[in-house]
Ligand binder design. Structure first.
Ligand code: 7TS
Length: 415
């Protein structure tokens, strides 16, 4: 195993990021592209694209199997990526990092492996009303299979967990608390440490969905005091098809495999099979090797600016966007929790978000419209969908000016 990667000192100005993204020079419907859909997936910088090409051209082979030089080279690169992710999350051990397809797969892994082994009738799994569907449905499936019950903490009018809900929902029956770190529909940043303390007090575990957190803020799983943390590479400027699950080693070591196949065993025979130690136990089959290499390049890329600068830049941008959108007549922002991150979810009375999104697209402005895989959030706010602008390091004030102008024009046409 490689040693956990150290976080290097920042060496670049985040204001220079935009030039690293070739796709941002594209025109859409004859207009320069304004990309405000990074919450769905972030664009890729040259550094990540090149790292993946370089790996396929000079270092590619299958991992963990061959004695030949290329297989060893690929294995070194794959395991170095694991060490990089361990550094990103401040894991205690590199072996605590399991490569998965993304956030969705990580949540399903814990629900199926830990959940099936540990949940039963009378037990409760606590989530929030602001979970992405991937933080709800895997738990519903395992609750149906085991007889456990799913409980949801309610939201207040700002889109934060309502006062008293943590104490109301987390109690002696709670076995798992699974919460979104940053809401993809609202931008709310949840008080994970406080939730973890409440869970600890009743002996429950805590799983955190970090899909919308790792692109925007430094994450330290030891400081959060959680048990599992998961994210997707593609929202962090990395490739699709790769993500990582962090789990406390002692917990991973007690969990049964959830998929069987090559690479996850110790010894296979028809008399019985024994399983490899984590993380291999949870990585059956050939993994997304180039994806892991691309994810490592994405982490290096983000570290080249440093999270402090990224968070400061994006907060300034969010404040600017909030201010100019407030001047657009008829528009309301959904999700106003203090300290929120990177998301502007917009509601316009009497205008359907799909019409709004289509007109914005004709202006070259890419936003996401719909329920954002968070239908309970839409229910809590009494809307069917929102128009969502989500920010990344390559956005600037001119993008938000274009958004506001396009929205004003579209609302004028549609009302
Ligand atoms: N959790 C959160 C908080 C998310 O925002 C998403 C994707 C997921 C989980 C699922 O991630 P995946 O990589 O496994 O698909 N969110 C969005 C979104 O907001 N718009 O498109 C996808």
């Amino acid at each position: 195993m490689s040693a956990i990667s150290e976080v290097p000192a920042p060496r670049r100005d985040v204001r220079d990021a935009r030039g690293d993204f070739p796709i941002l020079r594209e025109q859409v419907h004859g207009r320069p592209l304004v990309y405000l859909d990074s919450g769905a997936s972030a664009q890729k910088p040259r550094q990540v694209i090149d790292a993946i090409s370089r790996f396929y051209e000079t270092g590619y082979s299958n991992v963990h199997r061959g004695v030949h030089a290329l297989s060893q080279r690929a294995t070194v690169a794959y395991e170095a990526a694991r060490a990089k992710v361990a550094g990103l999350l401040n894991a205690r051990r590199v072996e605590e990092i399991v490569f998965v397809r993304g956030t969705t797969e990580g949540l399903n892994l814990v629900a199926q492996s830990w959940g099936r082994a540990n949940l039963g009738p009378g037990d409760e799994v606590v989530v929030t009303e602001m979970e992405h569907h991937s933080g709800i449905v895997p738990w519903q499936l395992v609750c149906e299979a085991t007889g456990a019950t799913l409980v949801a903490m309610r939201l207040d009018a700002r889109g934060a967990i309502a006062e008293g809900e943590i104490a109301r929902c987390i109690g002696p029956k709670t076995k798992m608390v699974s919460v979104i770190h940053v809401s993809n529909a609202l931008g709310t940043v949840n008080p994970v440490h406080e939730i973890a303390a409440a869970a600890r007090a009743v002996g429950a575990l805590v799983m955190v969905d970090g899909a919308q957190a790792v692109p925007h803020m430094a994450v330290d799983v030891q400081a959060l005091d959680c048990d599992f943390y998961v994210f997707s590479g593609h929202k962090l400027y990395g490739p699709t098809g790769i993500g990582a699950l962090w789990g406390r080693y002692e917990l991973l070591a007690t969990m049964p495999p959830w998929q069987g196949g090559g690479d996850m065993i110790e010894r296979v025979s028809f008399a019985g099979t024994t399983y490899a130690a984590p993380p291999a136990r949870f990585e059956a089959g050939t993994p997304d090797i180039a994806g892991a290499v691309g994810l490592a390049a994405a982490i290096d890329y983000v570290w080249s600016f440093g999270y402090e600068a990224i968070a400061a830049y994006e907060h300034e941008l969010l404040a600017y966007g909030t201010e100019i959108l407030a001047r657009v007549p008829g528009l309301r922002i959904i999700g106003t929790a203090p300290g929120k991150a990177a998301i502007l979810s917009i509601h316009v009375d009497g205008v359907h978000p799909h019409d709004l999104g289509t007109i914005l697209d004709m202006d070259g402005v890419a936003v996401r419209v719909g329920h954002h895989c968070a239908q309970p959030v839409m229910d809590a706010f009494g809307v069917s969908a929102t128009t969502r602008a989500s920010l990344a390091i390559y956005n600037d004030r001119s993008d938000l000016d274009r958004l506001a102008a396009a929205l004003e024009k579209a609302i004028g046409l549609l009302r």
